[in-house]
Design a protein around this ligand. Structure first.
Ligand code: PMV
Length: 312
């Protein structure tokens, strides 16, 4: 019997289609190199413990985040066929609540570590889903996919597709990411969109059609390495998200700062209401975009997607 299990989960960047993806419209997501790693060991007294590294009281997070993580941990353990006690140590190297998929990275890392400890790797996906339902309510599954598989992918909810979401074969593209707002609850933002759908069902259908066309066009633009078109399509998607009420003044500003300093286009990424924006950087440079964001006091970073990037 193994006496120790380890696992990793990636953070994610939604390039296109957040929120509408919950209703069955496609989206494009990329796994990030950063995320979470976990180690699980057995406890002889049958109890469960989740330990954060660095410890919870040294992290820049709210107590309720840790409470939710502990609840997600309990839900995750219940999906495994083993009543033994488990202690998990988790290390998360992306900020939480800013649209970069920290909760799914957490869930994937813990589920993999526990799956290895219990020798039940076939339960990992169900365990991630159980944990994500605690964090999100009605998750589309897009974060789980990126956390477990990585890569650059065209994503549809499980009910809308046959087989796994395909990877997009794209030449490398540089994306700037900037955190321009505080942490937000994804669940609250998903509920905000739900309220829009209840009040404006017909308009929402049109927005879904627009975003669906945008996502399909963006897939082609990624495959061709057409940054200009990709950027324009991001601008369209940002407009659609703003019309659903999930942008903020700071996110709109971060999008404009990027466009005005040479980005090909920009949008909010993730649930919105705070959190991050992403922008297509020009083929040469792109440093101006990051500098312009820094000048505003924000914290940007750059990722390269596509190319020969490995998936899990
Ligand atoms: O995890 P976040 O906050 O980036 O949001 C995930 C994307 C949503 O489309 C808003 C929700 C979902 O489950 O797809």
């Amino acid at each position: 019997m193994t006496d120790r299990g380890t696992g990793r989960g990636r953070g994610k960047l939604i390039l296109f289609g957040e929120h509408t993806v919950v209703y069955g419209t496609p989206a494009i997501v990329a796994g990030l190199p950063n995320g979470a790693s976990a180690t699980a060991v057995r406890r002889s007294d049958g109890s469960h413990e989740l330990r954060f590294s660095p410890p919870a009281d040294q992290q820049d997070r709210e107590e309720q985040d840790f409470e939710r993580a502990r609840k997600a941990y309990e839900a995750l353990l219940e999906t495994f066929d083993d009543d033994g006690g488990v202690e998990v140590e988790i290390d998360i190297d992306i900020p939480s609540g800013v649209g970069l998929g920290s909760s799914a990275a957490f869930s994937a890392a813990v589920a993999r570590a526990v799956g290895e400890l219990f020798a039940q790797p076939d339960r990992v996906e169900a365990a991630v889903e159980a944990a994500e339902s605690v964090f999100h309510g009605n998750p589309s599954g897009i974060d789980q996919l990126a956390a477990l598989k990585g890569g650059l992918r065209f994503y549809h909810r499980a009910e809308e597709r046959t087989g796994p979401p395909p990877t997009i074969d794209a030449p490398p593209v540089d994306i700037g990411v900037c955190r321009a707002g505080g942490p937000v609850s994804t669940r609250q933002m998903v509920e905000r969109v739900e309220a829009f759908v209840d009040r404006e069902a017909e308009l929402f259908e049109r927005i879904e059609l627009l975003v669906g066309d945008t996502v399909r066009a963006a897939t082609e633009a990624l495959e061709r390495g057409d940054r200009r078109r990709l950027g324009r399509l991001m601008d369209v998607n940002h407009g659609a998200l703003a019309s659903l009420g999930v942008s903020t003044e700071a996110l709109d500003r971060a999008v404009h700062v990027a466009r005005n300093s040479g980005a090909r286009g920009a949008k909010l990424t993730g649930a919105g209401g705070g959190g991050c924006v992403c922008a297509v950087l020009p083929a040469e440079g792109g440093g101006e975009v990051l500098d312009a964001w820094r000048d505003e006091g924000w914290r940007p970073f750059r990722v390269q997607l596509g190319g020969d990037e490995e998936s899990d």
